[in-house]
Each structure stands twice: as structure tokens, then as C-alpha cells.
Design a protein around this ligand. Structure first.
Ligand SMILES: [Zn+2]
Length: 424
């Protein structure tokens, strides 16, 4: 643990401490991430009654246009936040996509426009802010790519050292966009689960490093709640009927569910009764498989999918994601690589949003669940598109190129390009 553990209690008046998610044992809000009694993961505990007394739509609207507008419900202080402006991304009404899928009111939570192009900026901004409060000097992470981008960028911005570990076979668009920030980038000859295992060992050897998704995970994960906070605020302080969430470790989904519940607890929304459904790639769908089989535990798999940002075969929050989906009345879908590519293209073609492969998983699953009737036309639906397509152009490059390549003459153009008559 770092030497200087001093941060001011009064800067976080609403954080009561941590609690084991399994046995309920309480802990102080320090650099802890698992229970000494049962090894269960720890969860941040807030004083919701106290928050309820101060929080209001007006107070939030007066805050910054970032995740830090919800600082009352976050485990780190907005003052001195490590922020590149993550969050408060557009919620885009998607009527053309809805019409294609036979749905009614559909919205896309467009997290492709975060500072490093994915929702990970939310969790990393919280994690590195907390890491600094706790006195850590080095930011580290095991990543499938997006987290690597975000940790390297936020660490650069904060003047922290960073050490990021990735599988060696990642898309070029995620390697270059991490390395450019100048931290240490270590490519491991193995898959994400191998990288994660190694990082757990390194974290044990280097207690002064803040591994955002290992020893700071309890705080880091809280950043995903802001997706739910923003969706509700952008819908006029109402929870949607149905949310479709991409699932890798399962953390984002469980935190979206927690976020809506917290808004109800503090009186910002009337009821948090959204159905929450998870989207996985068929080539790595251990949580969807457990859901279909009616299991409480998740059987690890060896990932084989183009959706590398979701390729976690042994998902840390799998059982909690299962609980959250079952409790909400939602479901899981899983989609093939071909469907993922088609999902990316469908979203781009209908709504002008270019998602990475994880977004293709979300949209293809949305289509699957709409077709099966699991998502209904009378529901107000939000699909979370969590990362930018520029990072994974390999997935769609074989299908996307110029409409025509012609010499620079009017005749060649007239011959090559047919447009609907009404555009002339
Ligand atoms: Zn415990």
C-alpha cells in the first residue's frame, strides 16, 4: 500500500465505507478490493439518506458536462478529479434504426464520443482520481484495448506513470492509440485471461501500483453507474423500460442496474424498474450461456470472436450480472461475428454512428431480442454503444470501400454512380 494514505474524509461526505458483496463485512474506504473473511469483492456504501437531502436535478445540472456532475454518488472527489471530460455523452433518438428493427422508441447512448473513444473513460477517471486520493503514483491495467487507451491517456494528463498490459494480438487501432500517450505498454503472448492472471500476480508484488481493474476495482467500477445516471437525466429523470448493455466482465451491466436503483433511493426518479438485457458475442458468451442454462455460476470459456473488447472468458462479475438481469426481468443474447459486422453497419447506415465491434454486439443483440419479442415495440429502449469504430476498422474494412473508383470525368461519374432521381 502507498505511504501517504491521507485524504480528506470531509471531501467525500456521502461515502460510508466498503462492504463485502458476499458476506456483508464492513471495511473503511481505503485501498482494499477483496474481503479478508471470504475473498468476496467489495462494494462502495453510500449514505443515501444524506444524499437524498442535498441532491436535485438543479444541483446536477449546475455541475460540469461530465461524469463529475454526479460526484455526490461517486467514491472520489470532483475537486482535483483526473478528468479529460468523460461522460455526458449524447443520447441519440434512433427512429430509423427502430423502424428497421420493428421497435418503437429507441435511443442510442453514444459512448463512442468519450475522450479516448469508449466508456472506459468513465471508470478510469474515477479510478485514477481515487488512486491519487489514496496516494498511488503509478496507474496500471490489464486491458482488451479500450482500457489501455484510457489509462494511458488519463495518466498522461495527470502526470502519473502508467504501465498497461494487453494481449499481443490486439487491433492496431488500440495499440497505437495507447502507445502514443507515452506510458509503458506491455504486450503479452496470450489472451486477456492470461494477461489478467499475470496482472493479479504483479499487483501482489507491486502494492504501490494502482491496477485500476484489480486493486482499485471497487472504485473504478463505480464509474459505470454514470451511464444510468445520464440516461435517466437525458430522458427527463425517468428510467427507460429496457436497456441493452454489452457484457465482458459483467461489471458495466451490474453498475448500470445499481445506478438506476441509486437514483430511486435518492429520489431523482420514481422507479428503477428497467429491464436490463446483456449482449455477448457468441464466440465468448459464458454469461449468456449460464443464463440460458439457469446456472448461478459462470463456466469459463476460451474466447474466439472479433469482439476483442468483450473477449473475457472468465468474467469477474458474471454471477452479479446474472443476478441483475434476472432480477430486472431482462435476458441475454449472443451473436455471431457475421451478425456483429452487420450490427456495426446497420447502426452506421441508419443512425450515422460508427461503433467498434462491442457496439456491433449490442446492436445485433438488440435486433435479435427485437425479433424474438424479448424487446417489445411498446418499450422505451436504450442501447449502450460503448466504443468507437475507428479502433476496430479491421472488422468492417473488407465490406466498406469507395462506391466507385473512376477517372476525373463527368462521363465516368455518370456511368459509375447511380443515385435516386429525387436527389438530382
Ligand atoms: Zn466477505
Amino acid at each position: 500500500m502507498p505511504d501517504s494514505m491521507s485524504y480528506e474524509e470531509e471531501s467525500l461526505p456521502y461515502v460510508e465505507g466498503l462492504r463485502c458483496r458476499e458476506c456483508g463485512h464492513p471495511y473503511p474506504a481505503e485501498a482494499l478490493h477483496f474481503c479478508e473473511w471470504c475473498f468476496g469483492p467489495l462494494e462502495v456504501v453510500y449514505d443515501y439518506e444524506a444524499i437524498r437531502k442535498v441532491v436535485s436535478p438543479e444541483r446536477i445540472a449546475a455541475g460540469p458536462s461530465s461524469i463529475w456532475r454526479y460526484a455526490d454518488l461517486l467514491p472520489a472527489s470532483a475537486e482535483g478529479a483526473v478528468s479529460l471530460g468523460a461522460g455526458f455523452t449524447p443520447l441519440v433518438r434512433a427512429d430509423r434504426l427502430a423502424a428497421e428493427l420493428g421497435l418503437g422508441e429507441l435511443w442510442i447512448k453514444n459512448d463512442t464520443v468519450n475522450p479516448t473513444g469508449s466508456f472506459k473513460d468513465r471508470v478510469v477517471s474515477v479510478a485514477l482520481t481515487k488512486a491519487q486520493e489514496l496516494g498511488f503514483k503509478v496507474a496500471a491495467a490489464a486491458s482488451t484495448g479500450n482500457l489501455a487507451n484510457s489509462v494511458a491517456a488519463h495518466a498522461a494528463h495527470a502526470g502519473m506513470e502508467s504501465v498497461v498490459f494487453i494481449p499481443a494480438d490486439l487491433e492496431a487501432g488500440k495499440v497505437v492509440t495507447t502507445a502514443v500517450f507515452g506510458g509503458k505498454l506491455v504486450a503479452i503472448d496470450g489472451n486477456y485471461d492470461d494477461v489478467n492472471r499475470l496482472c493479479a500476480e504483479i499487483a501482489g508484488e507491486r502494492p504501490s501500483w494502482a491496477f485500476v481493474n484489480v486493486n482499485v476495482r471497487t472504485y473504478y467500477a463505480e464509474g459505470s453507474k454514470t451511464l444510468a445516471f445520464e440516461i435517466a437525466e437525458q430522458l427527463g429523470w425517468e428510467a427507460p423500460d429496457h436497456v441493452v448493455v454489452p457484457v465482458a466482465s459483467g461489471s458495466q451491466l451490474t453498475k448500470v442496474a445499481k445506478g438506476f436503483k441509486e437514483l430511486e433511493l435518492v429520489g431523482l426518479i420514481d422507479s428503477a424498474d428497467s429491464r436490463i438485457s446483456g449482449a455477448q458475442a457468441a464466440g465468448c458468451s459464458p454469461i449468456a450461456a449460464a443464463f440460458d442454462a439457469g446456472w448461478d455460476a459462470v463456466k469459463p470459456v476460451k474466447p474466439d470472436t472479433i469482439a476483442k473488447s468483450l473477449a473475457i472468458g472468465n468474467p469477474a462479475d458474471g454471477p452479479y450480472a446474472l443476478d441483475a438481469v434476472r432480477e430486472s426481468g431482462g435476458t441475454f443474447g449472443s451473436v455471431s461475428d457475421e451478425e456483429i459486422v452487420e450490427g456495426i453497419r446497420l447502426l452506421a447506415r441508419t443512425e450515422g454512428i460508427f461503433a467498434e465491434t462491442a457496439g456491433g454486439v449490442t446492436i445485433a443483440t438488440l435486433a435479435q431480442l427485437a425479433a424474438s419479442g424479448a424487446i417489445r415495440p411498446d418499450e422505451r429502449v436504450v442501447a449502450i454503444v460503448s466504443g468507437n469504430g475507428l479502433k476496430t476498422i479491421e472488422a468492417v474494412a473488407p465490406h466498406c470501400g469507395p462506391t466507385a473508383v473512376i477517372p476525373p470525368t463527368l462521363d465516368a461519374f455518370a456511368e459509375a454512380v447511380e443515385l435516386p432521381s429525387e436527389v438530382f
